[in-house]
Design a protein. Structure first.
Length: 183
């Protein structure tokens, strides 16, 4: 698997196993890290200081902004109606389908094995849970999980690098109340 000559790599990009990636016609921003078995197709872009974990597929039309985390095995989709062949049985070519772009805003995090549908926007600093199937836009700062992905919280209400607050009784991620009820 190659890194094609038409790939634009920013300063300090780290591709830990360059023989085990497939990058062509794309751009990768400065200081981004890319794991093994990642494919980034033509006309896809990845911003600066991102981390793209192993076994991830970033297809044509995906724009990932700066400081984004993409977990292991994340799949992006760029076609709402995929088909192998046309009605007459002939194999489809690029002219037979419509590319639908996807945007991942800065500082978003996408958990391992998530699937990101065509045409969605993942909001700034949002968090997509592992295994989620994202079929609709994810609002800025939201936490989404499930199949299909639904908003279950707000990252600004979590502890960590963003300003936080204590969990409330009505917080969907407050598991204390559930544990008390089951005891």
């Amino acid at each position: 698997m190659p890194i094609a000559s038409d790939v634009t790599l920013g300063d300090g990009v780290k591709i830990f196993q360059p023989d085990l990636v497939n990058l062509y016609g794309c751009s990768i921003g400065a200081e981004t890290k890319i794991g093994a078995f990642v494919e980034v197709q033509k006309n896809a872009s990845i911003g600066a200081r991102c981390k793209i974990s192993s076994h991830t597929f970033i297809c044509e039309g995906v724009a990932i902004e700066d400081q984004v985390f993409v977990g292991h095995g994340v799949m992006f989709i760029n076609d709402r109606y995929p088909r192998a062949a046309n009605e007459d049985g002939s194999l489809q070519t690029e002219s037979d389908w419509q590319l639908v772009g996807t945007r991942v805003k800065r500082r978003a995090s996408i958990g391992s094995n998530a699937t990101i549908g065509a045409g969605v926007t993942i909001g700034e600093s949002s968090l997509v849970g592992a295994g989620a199937v994202v079929t609709r836009d994810v609002p800025d700062y939201s936490i989404v999980a499930g199949v299909p992905a639904r908003v279950i919280g707000d990252v600004r209400h979590r502890s960590g690098t963003l300003a936080g607050r204590a969990k409330t009784e009505n917080d969907p991620l407050n598991h204390t109340k559930r544990h008390e009820q089951s005891s």
